[in-house]
Design a protein around this ligand. Structure first.
Ligand code: 1HN
Length: 370
């Protein structure tokens, strides 16, 4: 049995092991009980102690492996043909960071995956390919490179690739590890295996895509955004306009959240998403916050320092920032902007009152690196 003894921490548990206590701990364990003081300092850390470590996944290394899956497994057998990104500290729960899952899904020309629904919420960010479609609760959406789409929890969804000239690779993001940590997972296969989509493609984008709330909007009472897809072009254009009007954040450059147009809140109750633009040559200052973030490089090249470690990135790369880890980003291109897509668990942190943020005070706001 380990002890929680620490002689520098008055007010903290500091009981040293003795033969009597060791025997006592054994007696408690036999009755499915334990002594709080023997674990108190571990289960009540001074500040978050994530098991996740910062990781960068290089797209050029993963892409050939993702394409290999196309030949190795057929979509029907695999259900979804996905290479998941696994944080070395979170293998036990298949998380890329914290309680967030992400993976790269590949769909060959003409392929279609069957419909299902589950308690976990999902989002998609398209890496490559032109023929991607998804049907979410009967609404068919077409999505292309750098588009962002959501599959809120409980919605029926299926997807495929209707092009004949190459595979689609998109990134899935899910709150699966969170749902499982709360023992709240359910999963159902669609009774007819495929949905019958409505005739209008991208109807939520046509309805909500222009900052105008349409007649009848008050009938929308679900806890997620009725807008299901956020195309790249207007998103990028908005960030460029925002960059003309505002300095942006010292920590994130010109950053904006994808929102539920009805509430102005996050797109889903458990996961939020942002797109951010770093001006040519811009280097942000370091900050940290509770909540985990998975970034995907949408455009450009640069580097981020996360927990004192430097990670160089370029388009398609994915990296993660564990909760409470210091992080800062730089655009290494002096002539063009760089864009980072990201998703996070901030809505969970905020709604539970767990959100905290802190600026790095020393060294002009930059972390020392090894
Ligand atoms: C899922 O339903 C999809 O619908 C992708 O494409 C990845 C990972 C875990 C659990 C469900 C999809 C998933 C998933």
């Amino acid at each position: 049995m380990t002890t929680a003894y620490d002689d520098n921490q008055l007010g903290r548990a500091r009981v040293a092991d003795t033969p009597e206590l060791t025997a006592y701990y054994g007696e408690l364990a036999e009755r499915d009980a334990g002594a709080l003081w023997s674990v108190a300092n571990d289960i009540e850390p001074w500040y978050p102690q994530p098991k996740s470590v910062p990781v960068l996944w290089r797209y050029e290394e993963l892409r050939p492996l993702v394409r290999k899956a196309l030949d190795l497994v057929n979509a029907d057998d695999a259900g979804r043909r996905v290479v998941m990104l696994v944080n070395p500290g979170r293998k036990d729960v298949s998380a890329a960071v914290g309680l967030l899952y992400t993976g790269l899904q590949i769909m060959g020309p003409g392929e279609a995956m069957t419909a299902h629904r589950h308690q976990a919420a999902a989002l998609r960010f398209v890496h490559e390919g032109t023929g991607a479609w998804t049907i979410v609760d009967g609404q068919k959406l077409r999505v292309g490179p750098r588009d962002f789409a959501i599959t809120p929890n409980g919605t029926w969804h299926e997807h495929g690739n209707e092009s004949d000239d190459g595979p689609v690779i998109w990134q899935d993001g899910l709150d699966i590890p969170l749902v499982n940590a709360l023992d709240a997972g359910f999963y159902e296969v669609h009774p007819e295996l495929y949905q019958k989509p409505g005739k209008v493609i991208n109807s939520s984008v046509l309805t909500y895509g222009a900052n105008l709330l349409p007649y009848g909007v008050e009938k929308w009472t679900r806890p997620y955004s009725p807008l299901l897809a956020y195309p790249w072009e207007p998103t990028y254009e908005s960030l460029r306009q925002l960059a003309r009007a505002s300095e942006g954040s010292p920590y994130d450059g010109v950053i904006a959240e994808y929102t539920n147009p009805v509430t102005g809140g996050s797109v889903m109750p458990t996961m939020g998403a942002h797109m951010q633009l770093l001006r040519p040559g811009q280097a942000t200052k370091a900050h940290r916050h509770t909540g985990s973030v998975i970034y995907t490089v949408a455009k450009g090249r640069g580097e981020s320092v996360i927990g004192g470690k430097r990670f160089a990135w370029k388009e398609g790369d994915i990296f993660c920032v564990p909760s409470w880890a210091w992080h800062e980003h730089s655009n290494l291109d002096q002539d063009d902007d760089a864009c980072l897509f990201s998703f996070n668990d901030f809505p969970v942190m905020r709604s539970l009152g767990f959100y905290r943020e802190e600026a790095y005070a020393d060294n002009a706001g930059h972390q020392p690196t090894a």
